[in-house]
Design a protein around this ligand. Structure first.
Ligand code: ATP
Ligand code: MG
Length: 450
């Protein structure tokens, strides 16, 4: 007997026949429907893997129009669903048409239950195989995006988008908080595009406005004081490759106009030059700023925005990627341990602390925290304390002795500091005798001198 999950859907308006099909397939969990509407409802609700279907359905059981429409709609809901058409006498030509439209197999009435059983069994096997394949494909990453470590569905979808748009010339806008991986994705886009030229990045926020224009467009010798030799700009350097305009929100308005002209005409003139140089480069831009808000304030040109944003990719922050913080932490710890030629692993508390932290600085913050911890770690384990995350380092301790020790140590240290190391006065503040304070200091290993 075969168990089936997802179930089998039986679409048949003749109740007696419906029962007969159900009995002959009693090894499968099944749901039934008598017309197209209810079949669609059942399909959305139960997501069957296999459907047996009568083509003649009410309100027009003598024609096959409802059946064909249903077949179409079922395949639209799940392109993998295996539809087995059960036709009346002389239904062969309709059955063949159904196969052409995507049905999996057909059977003529009166049907042989054993044959039906075999067809259904095979359909289930095929469905399971194809579904598993689709699942693996969805999780796989191409070589171009292999540098993007993630198991998050949203980010994996973004990787596939990047791969899909890579061969085109469309401009891509990467939006996301600081440290989410905008540059990593821009590089992946370049790699997947198979463009032979270089990947050139320029950070519009890091270069003074006065230099940005010559950085981008280059200049001819003598274009301005100090221009002692002709220099190629970044746009020109990216010819045949990819130009990443990072922090595009910081591009000053006059340069926005100039960039727009370049994007429209795809030629540049170096500063002080007269020659129009054609440039073929893919543009990627990135920002953590809200460009719509900048447009509203008149600080970013709307027409430039539309040129740059043919494809917009919103990268989710690390805290929204399920499981990624720990996945990345393991990967980076392995890398740092290798660099230091040692083996390192996280304690369970350390992993919980990583999971619990909100990572406002995203992957960059995580890298820094793990690097620091790998240096701080004693022996082979990285503890929550080594990570130094807020709230970490103090896993819930319920053992009263430890709680008491910690409280006593904190009070003694505070008192000693306040009394500038004077033991007699510190003991007084703490309300204990001097010998008791000595004991405490010895037992807890508190440093007394300055
Ligand atoms: N998914 C990832 N897998 C592996 N490394 C990553 C991933 N995301 C980011 N990194 C690494 O994290 C660091 C920050 O990433 P990146 O520079 O791409 O971020 P960003 O979004 O451009 O940040 P900013 O807005 O601050 O410029 C880099 O060292 C990068 O290699
Ligand atoms: Mg960046």
């Amino acid at each position: 007997m075969t168990t089936s999950n997802p179930p089998l859907l039986i679409v048949e308006d003749d109740v007696a026949l419906q029962k007969q099909i159900k009995w002959s397939l009693d090894g499968y969990a099944s749901v039934e429907a008598g017309d197209r509407e209810s079949a669609l409802r059942q399909c959305r609700r139960h997501r069957p893997a296999v459907v047996t279907m009568d083509l003649g359905l009410p309100p027009d059981p003598d024609s096959v129009s409802e059946g064909f429409r249903l077949l179409d709609q079922l395949l639209e809901i799940d392109p993998l669903v295996k539809v087995i058409v059960i036709t009346g006498q002389n239904g062969r030509s309709n059955a063949l048409r159904a196969i052409e439209l995507g049905a999996y197999d057909f059977l003529e009435k009166p049907f042989d239950p054993d044959v039906l059983g075999l067809i259904v069994e095979r359909a289930y096997r095929l469905y399971a195989l194809q579904a598993e394949n689709a699942r693996l494909r969805a999780l796989s990453q191409s070589d171009a995006t292999h540098g993007v470590l993630t198991r998050d569905e949203g980010l994996l979808r973004i990787c596939r988008t990047i791969e899909r748009v890579a061969p085109s010339n469309a401009s891509v806008m990467l939006l996301g908080e600081s440290g989410t991986g905008k540059e990593v994705l821009a590089q992946a886009l370049h790699e997947a595009s198979k463009r032979s030229g270089r990947f050139v990045a320029i950070n519009c926020a890091a270069i003074p406005d006065t230099l940005l224009e010559s950085e981008l467009f280059g200049f001819e010798r003598g274009a301005f004081t100090g221009a002692t030799k002709t220099t190629v700009g970044r746009i020109e350097t990216a010819h045949g490759g990819t130009l990443m305009l990072d922090e595009i929100g910081d591009l000053p308005l006059p340069l926005q106009a100039k960039l727009l002209r370049f994007l429209q005409e795809r030629t540049i003139e170096r500063l002080g030059g007269r020659q129009e140089i054609p440039i073929d480069t893919r543009i990627v831009c990135a920002t953590h700023q809200d460009l719509q808000a900048l447009i509203g304030e008149g600080r970013f040109r709307e027409d430039l925005y539309y040129r740059l944003s043919e494809i917009v990719v919103q990268i989710p922050p690390l805290r929204q990627r399920r499981g990624d913080a720990v996945l990345l932490a393991h990967a980076f710890l392995r890398r740092f341990a290798e660099e230091q030629r040692r083996t390192l692993r996280f304690t369970d508390e350390a992993l919980s602390a990583i999971e619990a932290h909100a990572w406002p600085g995203n992957v960059r913050e995580l890298i820094n925290v793990v690097r620091r911890a790998s240096i701080m770690a004693d022996g082979q384990v990285v503890t929550a304390e080594d990570l130094g995350l807020p709230g970490a380092g103090e896993p819930e301790v319920l053992d009263l002795r430890t709680v008491r020790d910690r409280a006593e140590r904190a009070a003694a240290v505070t008192a000693l500091a306040r009394c500038d190391g004077n033991l007699a006065r510190a003991a007084e503040l703490l309300g204990v005798s001097r010998p008791t304070l000595y004991d405490l200091i010895n037992r807890l290993g508190i440093k007394v001198g300055r």
